[in-house]
Design a protein around this ligand. Structure first.
Ligand SMILES: Cc1ncc(COP(=O)(O)O)c(C=O)c1O
Length: 500
């Protein structure tokens, strides 16, 4: 029945790797029951010939299908469609439901979320605007306008306003990072930093290692480079070093992208030992570390929030600093600390991206740093976030026993594992109805692997909302656990109410 597969269209120019496209195509055929339970999939070479792709593409697609429980393999006989739990698919509105969720996930994957005012937002990791230091910033902006007049609106040097680079060197001393103005590259936010670094380091077909799960914006950037993304699981004390060493041997990656402190989405941090070991591994294997420091400042219950850059004696770390979570995301301002051997290429990539970061904002932020106002603000942000963090921990302590999570020591994200019998997507859909929203875990995996986890963030919610929202979350979860999922599903769908 190889004919069934002849409609599959794979594109070499698409953003997704071909094996991912093939995975989705076969997944859809299984879900639409074009392929029946226990039906045998074509032999690898036959399908590869039909689709005019390499055997490896088919092997990888079959592996991914197996990992996601769409197929099973029988040694010596081939790959077969795994009978699916079909009660969902019997429901006439299922496709509509899938579409709704899919649209939400697609939006989240692109960093957006659709939300109404009456919802409690555990999904956004963006600070509430009431926290922004508006008065202080107004003062420095006025001072810059009086001082620099029209110069504040000219193009700025692509590397960044020199005085700002000077004040960043001073600022970094508080974080035990010793560097010079020559190493500093100003960027329009950490996302641009990731993109610029990816452009410089990664060519089509190169491999990068990421933590699994990881930040969606980084996944998107690496995918646009046509890079192979290899995932290494992150554990509660940091990246799995054994797997990392294994994958380095196997895939010969050029770089590793990591968030060593309060990782997004898990909130986990690498232990000091792991941080040091990671630096050693990078040195031994000629691997560049891209360190994304979006949040190390929020260390509530640990003194180990050291950055890799502060211990990087061998100049293998490209450090990316975001000011979005601790100052204001709308500034679109951040910086890189770059080993000198990359600095010219980085300037060129930055120039191609947006010529330069806003001259006005750079000048204002320079004064903000120079005058030391930032210290007061970070202290304030830590206080506000810690209050939210503590309330969230208190509420998480009330989670039913079947639910597991690792208590982070700081940051704004919490990673919750649900038992396998609960579908995160269904739970998500019901939570939305109860006016709370979070992020389903699958979007944080480059391969979009089915995940039974979800991320709760405290950046956009006030303590009272956390309490209220987590009561709703916990009650809904208990319902899911208490009654058989299928029964719950049918009893709670309006379109299944009897008409008599
Ligand atoms: C881990 C991580 N890196 C980078 C960014 C992007 O930050 P910026 O607003 O500085 O571009 C985010 C935003 O949420 C993030 O979570």
């Amino acid at each position: 029945m190889i004919n069934k597969y002849s409609n599959i269209k794979l594109s070499r120019d698409a953003k997704e790797h071909m094996y991912i496209q093939l995975f989705y195509a076969i997944k859809e055929m299984i879900e639409k029951e074009i392929l029946k339970s226990n039906e045998k999939l074509p032999p690898i070479r036959k399908l590869a010939d039909l689709l005019d792709v390499n055997n490896v593409t088919v092997v990888k697609a079959y592996d991914l299908l197996e990992k996601n429980k769409y197929v099973y393999k029988r040694v010596g006989s081939g790959t077969f469609v795994l009978p699916q739990q079909n009660f969902d698919r019997e429901i006439e509105n299922f496709e509509k439901f899938e579409d709704e969720i899919y649209e939400d996930l697609r939006l989240m994957d692109r960093g957006q979320i659709q939300i109404s005012d009456d919802m409690i937002n555990f999904a956004s990791a963006t600070p509430t605007p009431q926290l922004f230091p508006i008065d202080d910033f107004k003062n420095v902006l006025n001072e810059v306008l009086d001082r620099d007049k029209g110069f504040a609106f000219g193009y700025q040097d692509s590397k960044g306003f020199y005085p700002l680079r000077e004040s960043i060197v001073e600022y970094l001393k508080f974080y035990k990072i010793t560097t010079s103005t020559d190493n500093i590259q100003i960027i329009s936010g950490a996302q641009q930093g990731i993109d610029v670094v990816a452009k410089v380091l990664l060519n089509y077909g190169d491999t990068i290692i990421v933590e699994s799960p990881t930040y969606t914006g980084a996944i998107a950037s690496f995918k646009t480079r046509g890079t192979k993304i290899v995932e290494v699981p992150i554990k509660k004390d940091g990246i799995d070093l054994e797997k990392l060493e294994l994958y380095i041997k196997e895939y010969k990656p050029k770089a590793i992208y990591t968030m060593p402190n309060f990782q997004n989405p898990t909130g986990y941090s690498h232990s000091l030992i792991k941080k040091k070991k990671l630096l050693e591994i990078a040195k031994k294997n000629n691997l560049i570390i891209i360190e994304d420091d979006y949040l190390s400042d929020l260390n509530f219950y640990t003194d180990d929030n050291f950055t890799l850059k502060s211990m990087d004696n061998d100049e293998n770390v490209i450090y990316i600093k975001s000011f979005s979570k601790i100052f204001m995301p709308g500034l679109r301002l951040g910086f890189l600390v770059v080993p000198l051997r990359f600095k010219n290429e980085i300037i060129a990539a930055k120039h191609t991206s947006d010529i330069s970061t806003s001259s006005l904002i750079q000048r204002a932020f320079d004064l903000y740093l120079r005058k030391g106002i930032w210290k007061k603000h970070i202290k304030y942000m830590k206080k506000v976030y810690k209050e939210r963090f503590d309330v969230m921990i208190e509420k998480l302590e009330e989670l039913p026993n079947e639910i597991s999570y690792e208590k982070p020591k700081g940051g704004i994200n919490f990673w919750i594992d649900l038992p396998n019998k609960i579908s995160v997507n269904e739970f998500y859909r019901d939570a939305i109805k109860e006016k709370i929203v979070f992020v389903p875990g699958s979007i944080f995996y480059p391969s979009k692997t089915n995940s039974n986890s979800l991320r709760l963030s405290i950046a956009s919610v006030y303590p009272e909302e956390i309490k209220r929202g987590m009561d709703i979350f916990n009650n809904l979860l208990k319902k899911y656990l208490d009654i058989d999922k299928k029964k719950y599903y049918f009893e709670n769908r309006e379109f299944y109410r009897p008409i008599l």
